[in-house]
Design a protein around this ligand. Structure first.
Ligand code: TIU
Length: 223
């Protein structure tokens, strides 16, 4: 069976078969979204990210109704930090470093409260949850094998932050042959201007890394 539709997108419309498409939700974790987590320790205004939640929730609901493959990713590290590059831990001048105790548990550590996905977008049984040590969702994870096993060729990508983990994952996916449609209002950055440019650099040059579409266009195509 195929469930085909055309998604209105930039740089142009794209035909999608939702049976070979996965919704990939990047790092919608308390550590990035809420005060006291990794994002705030870096000096960021976490209130900038909340606008992406409702659009993602709407697409997630439609994806679940359609039976689409859903992938949630989480950036974080093992409690012993063996998968955290020293250069990543040492970077910058954060108020707390990766692994330090914070108000939501140890910063960016798997199993801690801050590492978990926000309640509004919590995974349900049967959805794929990818724990990743890097910014890209393919590096040092099973994502490539999981998508291959399900014969996925197209990714609907959303989450945070637009220019960091969303862009890195889209670039990784593009090099692996996936068509990526980034959901514009389902992404957010601590820096609104980086969000805007992060989307522009994906869709420029005829869609050099992928396509960009609004959640409304994606919902129209799914329904
Ligand atoms: N700091 C920042 O903008 N992002 C990250 O560190 N990780 C993700 O984007 N998930």
């Amino acid at each position: 069976d195929t469930v085909r539709a055309t998604v209105t997108a930039e740089p142009g419309p794209i035909d999608v078969d939702f049976t070979s498409t996965a919704l990939v939700i990047i790092d919608m974790q308390r550590d990035f979204m809420e005060p006291g987590g990794f994002g705030e320790t870096l000096g960021n205004d976490v209130s900038q990210l909340g606008r992406a939640v409702a659009p993602i929730a709407a697409v997630l609901e439609a994806a679940r109704e359609t039976g689409m493959t859903v992938v949630h990713t989480r950036e974080g590290h093992l409690p012993d930090l063996s998968d955290a590059p020293p250069a990543k831990i040492a970077r910058g001048a954060p108020s707390l470093r990766i692994g330090d105790p914070g108000p939501m548990g140890r910063i960016l550590i798997r199993g801690e409260a801050g590492h978990d996905i926000i309640p509004a977008l919590y995974p349900v049984e049967g959805e794929i949850v990818i724990d990743k040590p890097g910014k890209g969702a393919f590096y040092a994870t099973s994502l490539g094998a999981d998508l291959k096993a399900r014969e996925i060729d197209t990714l609907l990508v959303c989450g945070v932050t637009t220019e960091v983990c969303v862009n890195t994952t889209v670039r990784e996916a593009n090099d692996r042959g996936y068509r990526c449609i980034v959901i514009a209002d389902g992404c957010a950055s601590y820096f609104p201007e980086f969000h805007e440019m992060g989307l522009k650099m994906i869709k420029a040059q005829g869609g050099i890394f992928g396509w960009v579409a609004d959640s409304a266009a994606v919902l129209d195509a799914i329904h």
